[in-house]
Design a protein around this ligand. Structure first.
Ligand code: DHB
Length: 302
């Protein structure tokens, strides 16, 4: 009932793991696949190993988490070993892999995407980390840079390319227009919302990086509005992400225009099998309303 096709790729369901959590190792991806996800998104991977920011890198706040990991990752060559280890098993489970890529500039983005493409079904461009200086933060806030990164990646790979957009801009449509003009096959929205928490006893920001990206329940209405606006303006598939905890949240994103959704923080609240739980909740709703998955995508616009 939840099978869906996006960019010619068949997914067993539209509930995916978001980039950033549980995507650092092959065994973590496998664990999420067993939890019922239709696809898993890797941690954002760069050309070279990156230790990330100093601790603390994550803090729980009202309505979610604030994190500034600093895009820690072992670099593309070592990371590919992780994917190779689990690719066959994920294939057997019919779970797709979305490879999240970041880079300092268009050449790095294109190079990492090219090395990754053989092992993934979709490339997701993280042009939108809210704080990693020189690693993409400014790219997703600038239409010209966003265009050239997406264009370079589109030239270097054959698999579908999705751009993940940051809400930390004045006009997200301007950025989306640039990446669509560059030929991306789809949009992922939203990345985290820039924020800060202060330890009032220590009298300083809690995170080692001082500020970070807010995820979780608090950002859901922001994500819904962005997906709504993207659906109104563009004719490419949208993957909705931001604050999805249950089937109702996922359906809300779909009604705004998302063909699939991604879950990150929700894993902390409902466990590794949140994917199966959310799928069951979507199925219950569809049965109750006598609707299909296809019918609810964008239904709120009609
Ligand atoms: C990080 C990257 C992101 O894209 C994000 O939204 C939050 C944190 C990071 O690795 O620090």
């Amino acid at each position: 009932m939840l099978e869906t096709e996006i960019c010619g790729i068949k997914f067993k369901n539209p509930v995916f793991l978001a980039s950033g959590i549980m995507g650092e190792t092959g065994s973590a991806l496998k664990r999420i696949a067993k939890g019922g996800a239709g696809a898993v998104t890797t941690k954002s991977i760069g050309l070279n190993p990156n230790p990330g920011h100093r601790n603390p890198t994550i803090v729980e706040v009202y309505g979610g988490f604030l994190n500034a990991m600093g895009l820690p990752n072992p670099g593309i060559d070592e990371y590919l070993e992780e994917i190779k280890e689990v690719r066959a098993e994920l294939n057997r489970m019919n779970v797709k892999i979305i490879g999240s890529v970041y880079g300092k500039n268009e050449e790095e983005f294109a190079e990492v995407a090219k090395r990754m493409e053989k092992y993934v079904d979709i490339i997701e461009l993280n042009i939108s980390c809210p704080h990693a200086k020189g690693y993409g933060a400014t790219i997703g806030q600038n239409p010209e840079l966003s265009y050239s990164v997406c264009k370079a990646v589109k030239k270097s790979v054959k698999v579908p390319v999705f751009a993940k957009l940051t809400p930390n801009v004045t006009d997200i449509i301007e950025i989306a227009q640039a990446v669509v003009d560059a030929g991306v096959d789809g949009l992922v929205a939203i990345n985290t919302v820039r924020g800060m928490a202060i330890d009032i006893k220590a009298k300083k920001p809690i995170l080692g990086n001082k500020f970070g990206g807010l995820s979780g329940k608090a950002i859901k209405p922001i994500g819904i509005k962005v997906v709504w606006d993207l659906y109104e303006n563009f004719d490419v598939p949208i993957i909705g992400v931001g604050g999805i905890m249950n089937g109702e949240d996922a359906i809300e994103y779909m009604m705004a225009g998302a063909s699939a959704v991604q879950i990150g923080s929700g894993v902390y609240y409902r466990g590794y099998d949140i994917f199966k739980k959310v799928c069951d909740e979507i199925i219950d709703f569809l049965k109750e309303e006598n609707l299909t998955l296809k019918e609810i995508v964008g239904i709120a616009h009609e």
